[in-house]
Design a protein around this ligand. Structure first.
Ligand SMILES: [Zn+2]
Ligand SMILES: [Zn+2]
Length: 381
């Protein structure tokens, strides 16, 4: 069963004013006029109105609190005033308590269109694949896609060339019609989209033979996308107005470019920081060496001092990735590992046997922790 309190997001002891406020707040979000006929919003609008209509009435609320929804539904014939609403009833209830049409416009901060509705075109999504080097430097990508644009033949009107769309006779071009309706709550005036012109205010009598009255045709489009440095796969870029045009002159939607940063086999990424695993040979770690470290900005020579232990981390400051939207950069952490030859030649075996006779004991504990504890810590294990 529906929990009306949960639907309106109010506590069970909410007073009438709080219920009214909560309903008004939600109605602003889900009112069909604000949601372009979205079915989910419509269902939600009906649901909150149903909850409101019960909870704002002390008698109905009392029955609901004691017997639940079934209490209101039951005892048919006794006017309990409960049933699932259809949309026009829900709209009527909203208008009864929150004013007529002009009040409604005020309520929505004047943001609502008063004239005929132009339908906005749909957004488009496109994916762009980026390497870590692209992320480091920023890049430009070219996208090609198919998109609906205003039909050239009819100029986007949808009307046959030489003809013009005519003003809708039903609504006189307003796109909306008022209807007086009777319901269990009395007589109300509803304002809804005009059924003849679907709210557009105009009628295309003879349609354009190219777009068949839609006012749009499909074309290939190429756009350049500037990808700033420092992005990740969580980022996306919105190109306003690069989506589909709306039908019959409606404004265009957006193109949403989803970014996908490919894995880079050289590095692990942690935000702006990078980690690179450097394999040193036993002799390089013992003697010290000059090694080449890859960075997103090119290779760099780095000196490793003699006696470098496995697990040592060398920090190359500012060789990580740029921070999105700022000039600062992360660091590149070089994690030293030591590799051991898997197969020995007679020559290397002789050298290692010779070495074994000269090796000392493993390093002694300095701070109460064993050599291995410190190793594990350094390796982040
Ligand atoms: Zn056309
Ligand atoms: Zn109309």
């Amino acid at each position: 069963m529906t929990d009306y309190y949960a639907v309106l997001e109010v506590p069970r002891d909410a007073d009438e004013a709080a219920i009214k406020r909560a309903y008004r707040k939600l109605a602003m979000l889900y009112h069909p006029d604000r949601n372009n006929g979205d079915k989910e919003a419509e269902a939600r609008f009906k649901e909150i109105t149903e909850a409101y209509e019960v909870l704002r009435d002390p008698q109905k609320r009392g029955i609901y609190d004691r017997y639940g929804e079934a209490g209101l539904r039951g005892r048919a014939g006794q006017a309990q005033g409960f049933h699932a609403f259809d949309l026009s009833e829900a709209l009527n209830i909203f208008m009864r308590d929150f004013g007529g049409f002009s009040g409604f416009e005020e309520l929505f901060g004047g943001g609502r269109r008063s004239g005929p509705s132009e339908r906005r075109g749909n957004d488009l999504r496109a994916g762009v694949s980026l390497t870590l080097d692209d992320v480091a430097r920023g890049t430009k990508k070219t996208l090609r896609y198919k998109v609906l644009v205003p039909c050239e033949t009819c100029g986007g009107s949808g009307a046959k060339p030489g003809t013009r769309p005519t003003t809708c006779g039903t609504c006189g071009g307003a796109g909306q019609v008022r209807r007086a309706q009777r319901s269990v709550f009395g007589q109300f005036v509803t304002v809804g989209p005009c059924p003849t012109c679907a709210g557009e205010g105009r009628i295309v009598a003879e349609t354009c033979h190219i777009c068949r009255g839609d006012g749009r045709t499909r074309v290939d489009r190429t756009v350049n996308v500037d990808v700033p440095p420092g992005v990740s796969s969580e980022n996306y870029i919105t190109l306003r107005g690069q989506g589909h045009a709306g039908p019959r002159g409606g404004p265009a939607g957006d193109l949403i470019v989803m970014l996908e940063v490919e894995e880079d086999p050289r590095f692990q990424r942690h935000g702006d920081d990078l980690v690179y695993d450097l394999p040193l040979s036993f002799s390089q770690s013992a003697l010290g060496a000059e090694v080449v470290i890859p960075t997103p900005y090119g290779d760099e020579k780095v000196k490793v001092s003699s006696g470098t232990q496995a697990g040592t981390i060398l920090r190359l400051k500012g060789r990580g990735l740029p921070h999105l939207g700022s000039a600062s950069k992360g660091d590149l952490h070089v994690r030293v590992g030591i590799w051991t030859p898997e197969r020995l030649t007679p020559e290397t075996e002789r050298i290692f046997r010779d070495l074994a006779r000269h090796e000392g004991e493993p390093p002694a504990s300095r701070d109460g922790r064993s050599f291995w504890d410190r190793m594990k810590e350094a390796l982040g294990a």
